[in-house]
Ligand binder design. Sequence first.
Ligand code: F0G
Length: 352
Amino acid sequence: MNWPGVIQAYRSFLPISDLTPVITLLEGNTPLIPVPGLVRKIGGNFSLYLKYEALNPTCSFKDRGMTLAISKAAEKGAKVVVCASTGNTSAAAAAYAARAGMKAVVILPHGKIAMGKLAQALIYGASIIPIDGNFDEALRVVRELGELNEIEVVNSINPVRIEGQKTAAFEICDVLAHAPDYHFIPVGNAGNITAYWKGFNEYKAAGKIMGLPKMMGWQAAGSAPIVDDRIIENPNTVATAIRIGNPASWQGAKAAAQESGGSIGKVTDEEILEAYRLLASTEGLFVEPACAAPLAGLIKTFKAGGIPDDAVITATMTGHGLKDPDTAIGQCQQDLTPIKASKEAVLRAIGL
Ligand code: F0G
């Protein structure tokens, strides 16, 4: 059977009625990929599986929440949806709005959106409004627009987004047949860690799993409001997806870490880029820089002796590396000057 998308697959866990039109691009059912080579490389003995959300229809985890948000907006008869975004939410909103025949308006921090994400929002036909300001300022404007009642907000301050995103936790448990011991995840606006924790808890309450994972959230050092316990006015990081100084689901992230016995930590851009290159070159998995934050965090936690030998660990790889080609190419040390088209020249170039 064709996978039906997250709404049909997990209908009984979602706020959906027979009257809700299901707007789906058949998101979800993404692979949980074991990465033993990476674990060996860092000297570990634990099991690590990556939830590769890059294989959603718009190449990020946002599709899970957006199918719900756009379906519920359609149920209400909404014609226009709006979001603030560091890029991925705007891509997903634009795609699902196109599918539903709605207009999407996306408010973006000018100059800080990875090129692939901008290309997506453009080609799906969204109205793109760049602002002189960061994500937090864009979200403030969106909250004000939402008060007008004519425009449906599809940021994760809309609770149905969280409902959709929790399905990734269900899928992890369905594949493992139990909960992981730890779940590592990047934290930006903090909706996704909140959603996963909700998902794991609901699966436990439904008797599908016995235990719960420790939730390990990771921010970039230049944008780590939760770790630093203060609003960051000018957040900065190479991981533009999580360049957020005042997360909307701040309390949800703190609760997830506290209730699960986990933590929210931070890693530097250097650590992020090192983990980013390491994952691609040892496992052939290309993710965007934000996904490397939890990996860098895992390496750091392991080196500090914080990971038991037999632990089963999952981590969410939230978005595809192709969304941000500039960062990948910027990390490349190779000389790309063309040479003569001959066997001899190529052999010389590769040192043979
Ligand atoms: N990873 C990626 C690739 C993201 O795009 C985001 C958030 C996160 C992690 C963090 O998730 O916000 O739920 O804590 N992107 C939002 C956006 C902010 O606008 O696309 P979060």
